[in-house]
Design a binder for this molecule. Structure first.
Ligand code: NAD
Length: 322
C-alpha cells in the first residue's frame, strides 16, 4: 500500500513515516520543510518538497503516485501564533487542506486520516471530554481544525470520501533510544521547554498556580508519540473495513499536572530545575483530559508508552543526543 504523509518531516509525521515503512508500506512525504526537518525523514521514503497551498505542486505529486490513503499532518500548530495571525492559520490549515482534498477527490483516493486536536473543544464544560462534547474553540488554531472536520463531513457526504479525524491531546515523548524526537521552533510544549531550561541552566516559567486543580497547576492528558502513531495505523485498518467519517480522541484519560511533569523531569534527570512562577496565560483551561472510551473500544487502542516516566525519560534521551 502506498501512503501519502503530508507534514512527514515534522515531529509526529516523521514517527509515522518510520512506523509505516517498518510495516512494509510505501511512503511519499509531502512537506514544505518550512517547519520540519529534512533529516527527520526516513531515507526509505520519497520526499516531495513543496507547499499544500500550491495546487499545481499537489497535482504533480498525485500524478506521479497512485495513493491508497493519505495521512494529513501538514499544518501550523501554535495556538499563540494563530491568535496573532489568524489568516495564516485559516490559509495554511484550512485552505491548504481543501487543496489536498480536491486533488484527493480528482484522483479517486477514498481514505484520509486527519490530525485534529483537543483544541476543537475549547474550555471544557465537563471532563473527561468525550467526542460529543460541544465544540467551541478558544483559538483560531482550534477553529481552523474544526473547520476541516466539518469540511471532511461534507466531502464524505458529497464525494464518499472516508475519513478518520483524530483529536490529539498533548503529543509528547521521543524514540525510546533518543534517536528521534520533538524539534519545534519556537518550542511551546512543557516537556521540551523544561528539559531545555534544565540543560541550559535557565529558569523555567510556570504559568499559573491558582487553577482549580489539586496542586493549582494545569492538568493535561499526555500521549506518547509512539502510541499516537499506532492510533493512525488502527485508523487506517478501520477505513479498510468501514465507510464513513469517524472522530476519535487520542489520549489516555489520565491527567498530569504541570507540577507533576516538572517533578518528573527533575527526578529522571537527577538535576535541578529553577522554576519561576508567572500569571496564568489567557485561554488555558484548568483540566483537559480525554475520555478515550471510543477509540479504545472501537479501534482497540491501548497506549503502551504514555506513562509520565517513559515520556520524560525518552524526551531526556532525545535532548541529550541533540
Ligand atoms: N504536537 C501536538 O501536540 C499536536 C496536538 C494536536 C494536534 N497536532 C497536529 O498534528 C500535526 C503535526 O503536528 P507536529 O507537532 O508534528 O507539527 P510539526 O510542526 O512538527 O510538523 C508539521 C509539518 O507540516 C509541515 N507543513 C506545515 N504547513 C505546510 C504546508 N502548507 N505545506 C506543506 N507542509 C507543511 C511543516 O513543514 C512540518 O514539517 C499538526 O497538524 C498539528 O496541528 C499536534
Amino acid at each position: 500500500m502506498k501512503i501519502l504523509v503530508t507534514g512527514g518531516a515534522g515531529y509526529i509525521g516523521s514517527f509515522m513515516v518510520k512506523r509505516l515503512l517498518d510495516d512494509g508500506f510505501e511512503v511519499v512525504v509531502l512537506d514544505s520543510l518550512e517547519r520540519g526537518h529534512k533529516d527527520a525523514v526516513d531515507n526509505r521514503a520519497e520526499l516531495a518538497v513543496g507547499n499544500l497551498l500550491d495546487k499545481a505542486f499537489i497535482a504533480e505529486v498525485f500524478s506521479q503516485n497512485a495513493f491508497d490513503g493519505i495521512i494529513h499532518f501538514g499544518g501550523y500548530i501554535s495556538v499563540g501564533e494563530s491568535m496573532q495571525k489568524p489568516a495564516l492559520y485559516f490559509d495554511n490549515n484550512t485552505e491548504a487542506t481543501i487543496n489536498l482534498l480536491e486533488e484527493t477527490v480528482a484522483r479517486n483516493v477514498k481514505k484520509i486520516i486527519f490530525s485534529s486536536t483537543a483544541a476543537v473543544y475549547g474550555d471544557p464544560e465537563r471532563t473527561p471530554i468525550d467526542e460529543d462534547h460541544p465544540k467551541n474553540p478558544e483559538s483560531v488554531y482550534g477553529e481552523s481544525k474544526l473547520m476541516v472536520e466539518r469540511i471532511l463531513k461534507w466531502y464524505q457526504k458529497i464525494h464518499q470520501m472516508n475519513f478518520v479525524a483524530l483529536r490529539y491531546f498533548n503529543a509528547c515523548g521521543a524514540a525510546l533510544d533518543g534517536s528521534m524526537g520533538e524539534q519545534h521552533s519556537p518550542e511551546t510544549h512543557i516537556i521540551p521547554c523544561a528539559v531545555r531550561a534544565m540543560m541550559e541552566k535557565k529558569p523555567f516559567t510556570l504559568f499559573g498556580t491558582d487553577y482549580n486543580t489539586p496542586d493549582g497547576t494545569c492538568v493535561r492528558d499526555y500521549i506518547h508519540v509512539l502510541d499516537l502513531v499506532e492510533a493512525h495505523i488502527l485508523a487506517l485498518k478501520h477505513l479498510e473495513k468501514n465507510s464513513g467519517g469517524f472522530f476519535y480522541n487520542v489520549g489516555t484519560g489520565i491527567g498530569y499536572s504541570n507540577k507533576e511533569v516538572l517533578e518528573m523531569v527533575k527526578k529522571e534527570s537527577g538535576e535541578s530545575l529553577e522554576i519561576v512562577t508567572a500569571e496564568r496565560r489567557p485561554g488555558d483551561a484548568d483540566t483537559l483530559v480525554a475520555d478515550p472510551t471510543r477509540i479504545n473500544t472501537e479501534l482497540g487502542f491501548k497506549p503502551q508508552h504514555s506513562d509520565l516516566e517513559t515520556i520524560v525519560k525518552s524526551a531526556l534521551a532525545w535532548h541529550k543526543r541533540n
